[in-house]
Design a protein around this ligand. Structure first.
Ligand code: HEM
Length: 147
């Protein structure tokens, strides 16, 4: 995924706005995820405050490295592999896009322009694809049967 300089600027500026109230941003995100997919709630710890700050600080690291995404590969691979242990499967990643968009719209209001929303979708597409590729390598033997 190659982000343009304009997209990087939009992501940085909007993240800075969102991160002024990280607890609110995290609640908006997770409340929406659990409203959309009630069954997802059981995967997470009962206290979501710590979880929320980990999510927002990880997004902060990602946003600070948008010019050099390759450098983040080892960190993202480790994060994605830990998620296998949390019971996360590749299809779960797509469920995060709507709550992300919702959180941005609620947090940014009028500043959530179509360009800002599109930059986030693009960055998140790259981020989730990198995590999925690192944690669920394609089965080299798929389609090959001995019997
Ligand atoms: C953009 C992709 C994602 C990011 C950046 C992210 C970030 C994080 C972070 C920072 C943690 C804290 C623990 C750790 O660092 O290992 C965490 C935990 C967790 N995440 Fe994610 N996550 C992502 C995708 C997902 C998806 C798709 C699901 C499934 C619905 C998920 C479910 C969980 C669960 C269940 C936990 C741990 C709860 C526990 O403490 O037992 N995450 N995530």
């Amino acid at each position: 995924m190659q982000l343009t300089n304009d997209e990087i600027d939009l992501l940085r500026t909007s993240f800075r706005q969102v991160a002024t109230t990280p607890g609110t941003a995290a609640s908006l995100f997770y409340d929406r995820l659990f409203a959309n997919i009630p069954a997802a709630r059981a995967m997470f710890p009962s206290d979501m405050d710590a979880q929320g700050s980990k999510l927002i600080s990880t997004l902060g690291v990602v946003v600070s490295q948008l010019h050099a995404l390759d450098r983040m590969q080892p960190m993202l691979a480790a994060l994605a592999k830990r998620h296998v242990g949390y019971g996360v499967v590749p299809d779960h990643y797509a469920l995060l896009f709507e709550p992300l968009d919702w959180m941005l719209r609620q947090s940014l209001g009028d500043r959530c322009t179509p360009e800002v929303a599109a930059a986030w979708t693009k960055a998140f597409t790259g981020l989730t694809a990198a995590m999925i590729a690192a944690a669920y390598p394609p089965d080299r033997h798929a389609g090959v049967s001995i019997n």
